[in-house]
Design a protein around this ligand. Sequence first.
Ligand SMILES: [Zn+2]
Ligand SMILES: [Zn+2]
Length: 243
Amino acid sequence: MEFFADWHTHSKYSDGKGTIPENAEAALAKGLSELAITDHGPANIGTGVKCCETYFEIIDEVRTISERYPGLTIKVGAEADITGSDGSIDIPSEVRDRLDILIVGLHPYVMPASLEGVWSVVGINQLAGISRGGRERARVSNTKALKEAVYRFDVDFISHPNLKMPVDISELSAACAACDTAIEINTGHHYDKEVLVRAAVKTGVDFVVCSDAHFPASVGELQEGAAVLERFAVSGERVLNAV
Ligand SMILES: [Zn+2]
Ligand SMILES: [Zn+2]
């Protein structure tokens, strides 16, 4: 499996350590022809972009520097946070309309959209580790929130499902398959990717493999994802950023 794109990387505009040019140079060095800068949404406490207008600054910078990188298409996206069990996210429509890629993911430390989200997004996951019942409650709530987001918005893919926050992968993947949303294999974090692929593959959902790079050196480091997918006989046709 050969990859031509890495569609999930962070820059200094959120909690990445690299500049956009540094990520671009790293992508070219890895032989990629597409890169996406997908900084965290503003609700991500301590790691998100300062405000939604930051995405417009990123778009301007990418437009300015693009001609320095012939052969590389630089896309601008966001890794939106789930902020409520109704699938609310922290990227408003006026920003979404100007982005090339919308990723949605669950993160443990976010500013909820409303009082309801204080429990359904943050509290329920904080208590998930205490008992089996608590974990199951979190799993049901997390799965519902992600599915609602997939139904409500034009989501390109779900970042790292099952990382730290439990999700019913079969149920989520079925919803994604119906809505043309892909499931990410995230090579930037350690979690059980075999469990993820085993459940997702049966639903017919498409995959993407992304680095979630927070350092330029990690951009395009995707081989672990290829190895997992090949173990389950998933061919390149089902992997949107592979040939
Ligand atoms: Zn993430
Ligand atoms: Zn990320």
